[in-house]
Design a protein around this ligand. Structure first.
Ligand code: FAD
Length: 427
């Protein structure tokens, strides 16, 4: 640990924090992946700001009373103090370097902040394989690659685990007789990757990506150069931008029927959308739900004819055409009302329900890449059988790659193929 960081206990808090000028305090725990992700950022920032700001660490488990009195309920939590007063934003979870810097700069003058920024030394790291994205696809590639003794780095904008780490239960991943929580499955995969020797850069900002020259800059401070790059950035559900949608994700708002339909046995579910996935998923949901109301913005469905015929013939499904959701309302523990607008009359009405599934399509996570990658007509990365893209030594795997089925098993399969191909090529 840097000499600029001091580990204290609650007994020293008054003297070291409240009676000092500028202080940043890191409440950390052991066996805490986001704490590990923060540690290297805290360390490198202490080297830059350490003359002006005290960097303090407090082990939360052994200083519980102090943590509770400061409202610290999770690890890591960063608190910023100026002359004994808490200032700025309280940061917790997967903390980004840029957010720490923003708050550190509140403690010092603008001029000093500028000087320190200019004094920042950039670093360079070389590796064999650089994997962008630490979901199931990226982690699997990492495990195979590190086991082949290739120097491997996984960079993720968030904490590793991808979409699955926020999935309540996974029922279809082989090897688990009982369903496993998405969080635990991804925790296990991440720990396995670490144990095989994969290096991680988690909760980072991507400054730029140069696929042609196989280099990536993160957090504005570190350039990573690689022999091979694997894009494993996954996809995200297209959002509607409706009030309540993001707030209640996981509390009655879902984007995955395979994962969540079983929780709606005998319940009334609203499905938003009228394309293939909406109708096919609605049909799947009727295996569990007693009633499915499909709300669609157009006057007819866009799904293929076979799916449409099945849906129209299904007595559990009702349709509300030419309506759009305007708000999702949660009165109890889950969303139980959808406010919809009639697009012809502009009148509003409320649909009472037990949950909502939104199928407005998925989007590949490619915002950080330039337009040199060849994409398929749906915007996913074109790959060959070995997961190679059109750019030399650049691979794409998992949900971000063009394919028919996007599941954990297909993501890990892609990751395997890419890593074995790479290890053979680098032999
Ligand atoms: C709610 C839900 C439940 C699901 N349940 C199941 C299920 O039960 N069973 C099943 O088989 N499948 C399930 N799926 C599908 C499954 O999650 C995906 O197919 C799988 O996660 C794809 O893995 P991936 O590694 O390709 O991408 P992701 O899991 O999406 O991981 C991508 C990672 O890349 C990171 N990232 C994004 N952009 C960048 C960037 N520019 N640079 C660096 N990192 C970046 C993200 O932070 C993320 O960690 C579910 C999906 C959802 C949304």
């Amino acid at each position: 640990m840097s000499e600029k960081i001091k580990n204290i206990t609650s007994k020293e808090f008054e003297e070291e924090v409240l009676k000092s000028g500028n202080v940043v305090v890191d409440f950390y725990s052991t066996e805490c992946p986001p704490c590990e992700a923060l540690a290297s950022k805290f360390e490198s920032l202490s080297e830059v700001y350490g003359e002006d700001i005290k960097f303090i660490k407090i082990f939360r488990q052994e200083n519980k009373e102090l943590a509770v009195s400061l409202g610290v309920s999770g690890s890591p939590t960063l608190l910023f103090f100026k002359n004994g007063e808490m200032v700025g934003q309280r940061l917790s979870g997967g903390i980004k370097r840029a957010d720490i810097v923003k708050n550190l700069e509140l403690l010092i003058s603008k001029e000093r902040a500028e000087t320190l920024k200019n004094s920042l030394k950039k670093s360079e790291t070389n590796c064999d394989v650089l994997i962008l994205g630490g979901g199931p696809a990226g982690l699997t590639s990492g495990i195979y690659s590190a086991q082949a003794k290739l120097n491997t780095i996984i960079v993720d904008k968030d904490l590793p685990g991808g979409q699955v780490k926020v999935t309540h239960m996974v029922w279809n991943y082989p090897g688990y007789e009982e369903p496993i929580s998405g969080y635990m499955l991804m925790h296990n995969m991440t720990e396995q990757a670490k144990a095989t020797g994969v290096n991680f850069r988690s909760a980072v900002d991507i400054t730029w990506i140069d696929l042609v020259n196989k280099s990536v800059e993160i957090d504005g401070v570190e350039t990573i150069r690689a022999k091979k790059i694997i894009i494993a950035t996954g996809s995200s559900p297209r959002k509607l931008g409706v009030k309540g949608e993001l707030e209640y994700k996981g509390q009655g708002i879902s984007y995955c029927a395979t994962c969540d339909a079983k929780f709606y046995e005998g319940k009334h579910v609203v499905v938003i959308g009228g394309g293939n996935s909406a109708i096919e998923e609605a049909l799947f949901i009727t295996k569990f739900a007693s009633k499915v109301t499909i709300v669609h913005q157009f006057d007819k469905l866009q799904a293929n004819k076979v799916a449409q015929e099945k849906a129209f013939a299904n007595p559990k499904i009702e349709f509300i055409f030419e309506h759009e959701p305007r708000e999702f309302v949660k009165n109890g523990s889950v969303v139980n009302e959808v406010l919809v607008e009639d697009l012809r009359t502009h009148e509003y009405k409320t649909i009472n329900c037990d949950g909502v599934f939104i199928f407005a399509g998925m989007m590949p996570n490619l915002d950080d890449f330039d337009n040199r990658l060849t994409l398929d007509k749906w915007g996913y990365v074109n790959v060959d059988a070995n997961m190679k893209t059109n750019i030399d030594d650049v691979f794409a795997i998992g949900d971000v790659a063009g394919k028919q089925f996007r599941q954990i098993t297909t993501a890990v399969a892609d990751g395997t193929v890419a890593a074995i191909t790479i290890s053979k090529e680098l032999e």
